[in-house]
Design a protein around this ligand. Structure first.
Ligand SMILES: [Zn+2]
Length: 65
């Protein structure tokens, strides 16, 4: 079985779509994340936490101030 060569599908911010599919905020509500392509960040729609994405790798650390 042959398949035409296609570019690998990409999720928002260059994230692996399989990772993007399961990615949620680490806050207790596990909120959905809103991608911001301009700033390469993900914002939780529940708690408002902002996470950076570096080279397609989301930095999912809650700022515990
Ligand atoms: Zn959250």
């Amino acid at each position: 079985m042959t398949q035409p060569a296609e570019p690998a599908p990409r999720g928002p911010l260059g994230l692996d779509p399989r990772l993007w599919e399961i990615l949620v905020c680490p806050c207790p509500a596990h909120g959905d994340l809103l991608p911001d392509e301009a700033n390469s960040t993900l914002t939780c729609t529940v708690c408002g936490s902002v996470f950076g994405v570096e080279d397609g790798i989301p930095v999912m650390l809650l700022a515990d101030a």
